[in-house]
Design a protein around this ligand. Structure first.
Ligand code: UT7
Length: 321
């Protein structure tokens, strides 16, 4: 039987120009550069300027991914955008990006799985490419998380940043490269540990991020390690046989904790948390693009993506680049 795979044809990312350091934050919030670095590994974050929206970051990342893929954008027939900070309640940010890119056909919609959104989006696009009439999918993670932060709450506002990353997937008859395995999970019992206290139906406001950080931390390390192991094992592999790990960039201590649990070498784990902070659904494709552009991740390498976020939601994707 012919096997189809979703092959990663191109990657791209985009960050707002404005960089905010820990020291700059410490001028307005009761925190310090030392506390933020020690507890999270974060040194700085990029923050969108006034009038710069999630769709702007997402469209710029998409343009770069399409150019990197070497195809004409008219080939894209599926756009999936993972975001928790859409431009508007509706239409979807995917539809807005479709318009910004000048694409006039195919389907476009958003996925909401908070920080795990990109992994969910990849799984959905992969399934639709394999089962449907689609040939080229654009999967984007894009956020202006700064817009839902309470800038007086030091326990959350120091941790997040804005950005976007994108991948172009192409359906190909191959077993040589592409997405091998996806694993996604959710457990709604933990809704109250990480959430936004507003929304169209309950409050008619946008709301702000609320988090019981230390409890989220414990679940994240445990659940991410299980997801990565299951995702690797279903493909007949152990996690430490994989060339590169591209984790969700929430906290360097989470990356180190998972690495220790799975006996990974530090050099195998791509970390951008120091420079980007937590960009929610954008963090995995942003980190992936960073490691492709700096020459670490090469064609043919075996790569695992993973994420954990509000819901709780979590998941992993195994692919050969
Ligand atoms: O992307 C979705 C997934 N999100 C995550 O995975 C985030 C998971 N959680 C974390 O990354 C960590 O739990 C944090 C970085 C949020 C916090 O680190 P922690 O080591 O778990 O600290 P903590 O929450 O237990 O707080 C320790 C202390 C508290 O003071 P007391 O009660 O010990 O006096 C906090 O009030 O640190 C205090 N604190 C701060 N101090 C200075 C909290 N935030 C700050 C701050 N600056 N920004």
């Amino acid at each position: 039987m012919t096997e189809y795979r979703s092959v990663i044809l191109g990657v791209g990312s985009d960050l707002p120009g404005r960089v905010v350091t820990n020291d700059e934050l410490a001028q307005t919030v009761d925190t310090s550069d030392a506390w933020i670095r020690e507890r999270s590994g974060i040194e700085q974050r990029h923050i969108a300027s006034e009038g710069e929206f999630t769709s702007d970051l997402g469209a710029r990342a998409a343009e770069k991914a399409i150019s990197n893929a070497g195809i004409d954008k008219s080939k894209i027939d599926l756009i999936v955008v993972a975001t928790t900070t859409p431009d508007l309640t509706f239409p979807s940010t995917a539809s807005i990006i479709q318009e910004k890119l000048g694409i006039r056909h195919g389907a476009a919609f958003d996925v909401q799985a908070v920080c795990s959104g990109f992994i969910y989006g990849i799984h959905i696009a992969d399934s639709m490419l394999k089962s449907g009439p689609y040939e080229h999918a654009l999967v984007i993670g894009a956020e202006t998380f700064s817009r839902i932060l309470d800038w007086n709450d030091r326990s959350t506002c120091v941790l997040f940043g804005d950005g976007a990353g994108a991948m172009v997937l192409q359906k190909q008859k191959t077993t040589e490269s592409g997405i091998i395995n996806n694993f996604i999970r959710s457990d709604g019992r933990y809704c109250d540990l990480l959430y936004v206290d507003g929304g169209p139906s309950r409050t008619q406001t946008v709301g702000h991020v609320r988090m019981i950080g230390n409890q989220v931390f414990r679940h994240a390390v445990k659940d991410i390690a299980i997801a990565m192991k299951e995702c690797a094992n279903s493909a007949g592999l152990e996690p430490n046989e994989i060339d590169w790990f591209v984790p969700h960039q929430a906290n360097q201590r989470i990356l180190d904790g998972v690495g220790k649990k799975l006996s990974l070498r530090k050099e195998q784990v791509i970390s951008t948390v120091a420079k980007h902070a937590n960009t929610s659904a954008a963090s995995v494709p942003l980190a992936f693009d960073t490691a492709v552009k700096d020459g670490r991740i090469k064609r043919g390498d075996l790569v695992m993506l993973e994420a954990f976020g509000g819901g709780f939601t979590w998941g992993a994707t195994l692919l050969r680049f």
